[in-house]
Design a protein around this ligand. Sequence first.
Ligand code: MOS
Length: 726
Amino acid sequence: MTNAGMPRVGAREKVTGSARYGADHTPPGVAYAMPVVSTVGKGRITGLDTAEAAAVPGVLLILSHLDELDITPAGYIMAGGYAFQSLQPLLDDRVAYRGQPIALVVADTLVAATEAAGLVRAAYEEEPFAVELDADGTETVLQQEALPLPFLADVVVGDADGAYDRSPLRVDAVYEAGPQHQVPMELIGGVAEWHGDTVVVHEGSQSVGALRGGLARQLGIDPEHVEVIAPYVGGGFGQKNSLQPHLAPLAVAARRLGRPVKLVLPRAHTFHAASFRPMTRHRVRLGADRSGRLLAAIHEVDQQASRHDLLPATYTEITSRLYDIRNFRGRQRHVRTDTQTPGYMRAPFEHPAAFALESAVDELAHAAGRDPVELRLANDAGADPVTGKPFSSRHLAACLRRGAELFGWAGRSPDPCSMRAPDGTPVGWGVAAGAYPAMTVPVLARLRAGADGGVVAEVGGHEMGQGMTTALVRAVAGDLGIGAESVRVVVGDTRAVPHHLTAGAWGTNSTLLAVHAALRDLRERLRVPSEGPVDVAAAVRATGAEEVVAEAVTQGPGQPPEAIDRMRAGLVAPAGPDYPDHVAFSFIAHFVEVRVEPAAPRVRVSRVVSVADCGRVASPVTADAQVRGAVVWGIGAALSEHSEVDPRYGGFVNADLADYVIPVNADVGGIEVDFIDEPDFTLNPMGVKTLGEVALVGVAPAIANAVFHATGHRPRRLPIRIEDLL
Ligand code: MOS
């Protein structure tokens, strides 16, 4: 049984509408909540008039800082806590940013809750605020001083400044990327209901364990009395990677009312109620010999932060490794602004870092008069230039070569403005590479083999559309030689097993590792050979039991046992990319053709070829979809997606899908995806690295480089706008 062309698990349920997302859960007697949010950029609440709101028929409860909510902040996810930020609204009169919740209205109906929320009147004492990197009142801090942890220290290899100064060929440029929001289709929110002492939460999440551990901490109850259920997640992209501040007030409301309470944040609220991709500025200096061989690189980054937290930045983790650069200096700083805490959004650091570095490499190729693919191949790295350790595997050169061939790169005429479509439209061809760490997290997997021949796999992971469950079904069915229809995977459910956060592209490789180990255990318990097809029904019956249960816990190479305790508590514990004996990264190369409309220089992406090295491809159908989705995302990231800030108002002003512009079908041309598909057995016995995030890394600079080739204008700011090309 190969299950080779096996479709995505859950595809039928999603297409037919039978898949149940968190907020689809509508228990009898459910009440509806709606937040009230601050309309000032910073300050204090001096008065809150809820009388008119409370008079709306059906209103049950209005929670605010005027109540004794008895909620403990859950702590920042990157500082030993569970929440996307350390600030828990509704506990005091402070307003840290526009859009921060200041009250929560609960009513019999959604209509009543929404109407009443609009009638809550707040008075504020306003304070000056800053929402841009260069605004008055920001504060800039050096990461390695503010967050003194070894893996967050500036990367320094050799003498970058000296080598740069001595280089005959130099590039020195500043690149900027605006803030962006994840805008997953499934909005943020869910349902909280109490069954006796236990609160049950139905909410789409990438980390049901964090919701469990965090809510328990917030309410002062045992985590055993919190269950979180999220079998489907309608897109996460990092925004659903931790506890959101609405959940504890929702649980308090449900307890006070003795009724389940549902909250679905309106799209506009999601721009302030959860994390986003911070704005960044990168100064990149590259030094090379006359042939374009890199001698030095200096990458200095300023990243937007909130006043209350610093998102640990790792931009230089990939810019120091993409090429064989023997003299590298990174510097990462945080600029405190008055927003919610920015966080992880697909390839959070790697996408903007690659935009900066890979644009600069294109500038270098142009200055050196060398083909940009050839120049990249000439700078390929054998071992990791930062640690000296070997790469677990590295097929970037193969990605570049195969991509060039599939794209027809040999037909490129090198000079900018030298290629035109038959109708005269300027055409540009660009290339860029990407890398993303291959990290591993602790996972518990339990396999239940039944006398009916079916196998249920309960796994600590989350399916948010990326395809993990499809890969897991394939792995179990493939190992036992049974049909995919005989395997059922349970993820995103604290009632089954403890769950580590699924993010950082580590979901599939880490869960496969645990399932691989659990399969070895299952075969022993079934008393069948260690490989080859298994008659599961017969083997179970031969044991005399109705069901045979196997279990395994796995973690990353070199991880201490405490990592498993952290996983069980819902805390983060990733290992890598720097492992004891190697470093592990996935790689990709993107080739892009753009057409630039001659009148107003509007950029159209007509063709993309992407070739990835993600180790062995664990699930062809969903891996292909991952890369396609990332290319579409990259088109948005390069050309349209921008969360607009206005220094007069604070917050984000284009907080809806009409004004936050994502690509539609007409914006996407042909996409061709291919994989090197070489297993990486150094990293794990399945040979699987990571894919979900590397897929996006390099799309934006490949587009920017194609725009330069078409127009002669060098884009140094994302998104690339018409006015940048005039
Ligand atoms: Mo991802 S941005 O680590 O969910």
